[in-house]
Design a binder for this molecule. Structure first.
Ligand SMILES: [Zn+2]
Length: 54
């Protein structure tokens, strides 16, 4: 019989976990939720590129 073992993930697996952030479109004013790992998020309403605040 084989024994099932739980796979233990190393802590470093969470280093690059993206987080949601709310941006406001400068063009149409819409609030857009984007993920921190999106490099070039765009507004779904008008298509404008959203700028992330540093
Ligand atoms: Zn927009």
């Amino acid at each position: 019989m084989q024994t099932d073992r739980e796979i233990i993930r190393p802590a470093c697996a969470e280093v690059k976990r993206p987080v949601p952030m709310d941006l406001v479109c400068e063009v149409c004013g819409a609030e857009v939720e984007v993920w921190s790992d999106e490099e070039e998020p765009h507004c779904p309403g008008c298509g404008a590129e959203l700028k992330k605040e540093a």
